[in-house]
Design a protein around this ligand. Structure first.
Ligand SMILES: Cc1cc2nc3c(=O)[nH]c(=O)nc-3n(C[C@H](O)[C@H](O)[C@H](O)COP(=O)(O)OP(=O)(O)OC[C@H]3O[C@@H](n4cnc5c(N)ncnc54)[C@H](O)[C@@H]3O)c2cc1C
Length: 426
């Protein structure tokens, strides 16, 4: 396609909203093709949900391996501008000529931060660690995770309003803490917009019979990822939240709130593969560990069938076709009993477990009201892949539940659509 000789001249950039694997992919592909890109992420770090995984299926390598290559591509590309703690507040205009208003929240820690951690020793305030899904706590000044990009501490001003005690300031040898930082507004002209705003886990507390929120040893699949992650608070040891003891007998409940009209009517596409992967985490830590997977049916499309067959062949993994009726807890020991039907055998089962993992699905993140209408959404909130007039596109899980491999392919394609707008109108 001709670009009317405009390559290299000043043209409006592409805006990518969301710094998960989908947004990162779209941004890098466009920037490496020579186009200006602005990537905005609401968290103080890049990587989205995928960076919180213990390992990726199917290769079972830690996510940081692949992510680090992407982070290097971002660092060395002058065409890509990154804003963390940034949110889109308003969008107006039309394809080729959008005006976007960004809200940039204060970090209170400047570029001078060397990530030495001395500030943490001085900080007296604690907060739930959202990165570990509340399984542990951090101080109000914290590094989001050990491989965080940017590698800088940040202050959670919801628990430390106005830098109340200011003890971190003299503790910082680099003089990097500025408690008078304020939020700022940035207005940008952009040619096209990619929405890669991803997902959040379904609220398992709403599934009453499964005990999440009441029984500490009933956790969700995202929490299991943090338990099994080498950079997590247990350094990868799969232990019970109630007492820190090793979890030897682990039960997985598939479709926890998914394919259920009272919760999420749709299939989140990855939960079967996730539980199969997590079964390998458990079995890999202790050859005597036993795993039960309760499922309605197993969905491992395409080449993932091999992965399913491999896990199924493990003698320590028992696959049971049947719905879990209820999970009960023995209060003094906090041990769990999973009551379920085995539809293949026509029998009822009571399975004792140290830990139960609920395979909860993915809920699309919604923008605020002003920007929610940028793209049409389906009845569940997943965005259509292109706006009616063009110029705005959705990539990755913002568009549909999917694994990382799909998100990378899909976002690469979406990036091309955004580039076409820059060339057409730029
Ligand atoms: C338990 C579990 C385990 C999984 N394990 C695997 C696995 O092993 N292998 C695999 O291939 N897939 C796995 N997946 C799927 C994988 O997590 C997703 O495919 C991936 O996270 C999708 O990336 P994304 O960028 O589309 O969304 P996200 O990872 O959700 O990233 C979206 C980003 O956008 C940001 N954002 C949202 N709204 C805004 C806004 N308004 N402004 C600015 N930023 C915003 C978010 O903060 C986030 O950083 C797993 C899923 C689950 C539930």
């Amino acid at each position: 396609m001709s670009d009317n000789g405009k390559r290299g001249t000043a043209r409006s950039p592409i805006l990518v909203v969301g710094g998960g694997i989908s947004g990162i992919t779209a941004a890098i592909e466009a920037a490496e093709t020579g186009f200006e890109v602005v990537l905005v992420e609401q968290n103080p770090f890049l990587g989205g949900r995928a960076i919180q995984m213990g390992k990726y299926f199917p290769k079972l390598c830690p996510p940081i391996c692949g992510m680090e290559i992407n982070f290097q591509r971002i660092r060395r590309n002058p065409k890509l501008r990154l804003y963390t703690q940034a949110e889109v507040k308003a969008v107006s205009g039309e394809p080729g000529d959008f005006e976007v208003t960004l809200h940039l929240a204060p970090r209170y820690v400047t570029q001078r931060c060397t990530a030495c951690g001395k500030c943490v020793e001085a900080c007296p305030v604690e907060r739930d660690n959202a990165f570990n899904y509340g399984l542990d706590r951090t101080r109000a000044i914290y590094l989001p995770h050990p491989m965080s990009v940017p590698m800088k501490y940040v202050i959670d001003d919801s628990v430390c309003p106005g830098g109340t005690c200011a003890r971190c300031v003299p503790a910082c040898p680099a003089g990097a803490i500025e408690l008078d930082n304020k939020s700022t507004i940035l207005r940008l002209k952009v040619a096209s917009i990619i929405m890669a705003t991803g997902w959040r886990p379904y609220d398992a507390g709403t599934i009453e019979n499964l005990g999440f929120g009441r029984f500490p040893n009933v956790i969700t699949n995202v929490m299991m990822e943090r338990l099994a992650a080498l950079d997590g608070h247990t350094e990868g040891k799969i232990t019970r939240p109630s007492d820190g003891k090793e979890a030897r007998d682990v039960a997985f409940v598939q479709c926890a709130g998914s394919r259920d009209e009272n919760h999420l009517p749709y299939c989140s596409a990855v939960c079967c593969l996730v539980s199969l992967k997590q079964a390998l985490y458990v079995r890999g830590q202790n050859p005597d560990a036993r795993v039960w997977i309760f499922y309605i049916d197993v969905r491992t499309p395409g080449c993932y069938e091999d992965f399913y067959l491999k896990v199924k062949a493990d003698e320590g993994v028992r696959m049971v076709k049947g719905k879990v009726a209820v999970i009960k807890e023995d209060l003094p020991t906090r041990n769990l009993i999973v009551e379920a039907e085995d539809t293949s055998m026509g029998s009822k089962l009571k399975v004792p477990a140290d830990l139960v993992v609920l395979a909860t699905g993915m809920v699309p993140n919604q923008m605020d009201q002003k920007t929610a209408t940028l793209l049409r959404c389906d009845e569940y909130g997943f965005m259509s892949s292109v706006a009616p007039k063009g110029g705005i596109y959705a990539g990755g899980v913002a568009n549909a539940p999917a694994d990382v491999a799909f998100c990378v392919r899909n976002s690469t394609g979406i990036s091309l659509k955004a580039i076409q707008d820059v060339v057409r109108y730029g």
